[in-house]
Design a protein around this ligand. Structure first.
Ligand SMILES: Cc1ncc(COP(=O)(O)O)c(C=O)c1O
Length: 383
């Protein structure tokens, strides 16, 4: 049995998810870049490369990781509101597909860095379409008061500004309205906003090669087994129906959570069951340092006791960290005792990547389904 807590990744589900994604893409102008920020484990990246996806990065180190893992630089995009000169240099030297420029102020710096490297930087404007993603306020990014992107109303100004720079080539427009989006309506609204931008660009005789619609497709945290693979067909259909790209324009997407969210679980051991006045606390050996989403966004993760089949009881599942927000929430579990194993579901995205060693704790390691299956983990035998 591996040392708990650990992340357990179901490679079979990842394969099935990537296959479903590929078969949902019927338009050859569509390209998906995996958002590395969701999960940057090397084995996962390599599998994603096998399915021909590009990479969406938000830091220089993510670019390095993407290239080292085998992504082709021409399939890498870089976003981020605060790119450093070093990160821009890396992007330009590797001639990545697109630097997604998030402010008019950034243009001067991109131009300078490109000039220093005797290059022309290929950029897209990340535009803020003011579309409500109808998701948690901490993961919405497309409203005008967010720090991300250039407001669509400032596009004229941005075009004037970019025309002054000799070492920048504007090749695309980029949008990303938020994450964990469960209704497809915001995407339809996004398409209308993008179509308006294309009409505006036309009126200025500006031709661009690509449109990037970002990511954000959500997953079912409450019922992870009901539809573990998101409905990619329905998702792409919205763009087929509402988006009106110009001939020869490629259309790019940056999916993260929907590809890797359901294939990961955090596996943890119960250290103590503490009986309070009204609450039974299951104190486990995983904490907010391993999975911060509940503490950070008040997110729900389904919790299962995979080693007990006794009668059901209510517990508050908490970690060992010296913070009162170190809780994974309420769960109804089979009667739980010290040594039981809990599986915290849907933790494949924004789980392990957001871990820290606060309290000087060890980081949870990764275990893959082809090394151990969960049943044999319970009886302590390796495959
Ligand atoms: C610019 C950008 N693209 C793509 C993503 C991926 O989003 P998701 O994992 O929700 O698909 C994010 C996530 O925050 C993002 O900021």
């Amino acid at each position: 049995m591996p040392k708990t807590p650990f992340y357990y990744y179901d490679l079979n589900l990842l394969d099935r998810t990537l296959k479903a994604l590929k078969s949902a893409i019927t338009d050859s102008s569509y390209h998906v870049h995996y958002a590395i920020k969701a999960n940057a484990e090397t084995r996962i990246l390599k599998k994603i490369i096998d399915y021909g996806l590009g990479a969406d990065c938000v830091s220089g180190n993510e670019i390095i990781k993407a290239i080292d893992s085998g992504f082709n630089p021409k399939d890498i995009v870089l976003a981020g509101v605060g790119k450093t000169d070093e990160e821009l240099t890396l992007a330009i030297k590797n001639n990545i597909h697109s630097i997604n420029c998030e402010s008019i102020e950034e243009l001067e710096v991109i131009d300078q860095v490109a000039k220093q490297n005797n290059s022309i930087a290929k950029i897209a404007f990340r535009l803020n379409p003011n579309v409500d993603a109808q998701t948690h306020r901490h993961i919405t990014t497309g409203l005008s008061e967010n720090k991300f992107g250039i407001p669509v109303a400032d596009l004229g100004m941005a075009l004037e500004e970019v025309s002054k720079y000799k070492n920048i080539m504007l090749t695309g427009v980029h949008f990303h309205i938020g994450s964990q989006i469960l209704s497809l309506n915001p995407y339809a609204k996004l398409c209308y906003a993008v179509n308006d931008v294309l009409t505006f660009l036309d009126s200025k005789n500006i031709e661009i090669e690509h449109l990037n619609l970002g990511g954000g497709l959500g997953i079912n945290y409450h019922e992870p087994d009901t539809n573990p693979i998101p409905n990619f067909e329905e998702y792409f259909k919205v763009f087929d129906k509402f988006l009106k790209p110009k001939p020869n324009q490629s259309v790019h997407f940056e999916l993260g959570r929907s590809l890797v969210g359901q294939m990961g679980s955090l596996i943890s051991k119960v250290l103590y069951v503490k009986v309070g006045k009204e609450t039974k606390f299951a104190i486990i050996d995983a904490g907010m340092t391993d999975l911060i989403r509940p503490a950070l966004y008040n997110s729900y993760h389904k919790i299962e006791n995979i080693s007990s089949d006794k009668e059901m009881e209510s517990y508050k599942v908490v970690g060992p960290i010296c913070e009162s927000t170190d809780t994974f929430g309420e769960a109804v579990l089979p009667m739980t005792s010290r040594g039981d194993i809990l599986q915290i579901r849907s933790a494949g995205a924004y789980g392990q990547v957001l871990s820290s060693n606060y309290n000087l704790r060890d980081r949870a390691e990764s275990i893959y389904s082809d090394e151990w299956d969960l049943a044999s983990i319970l009886i302590g035998q390796k495959n």
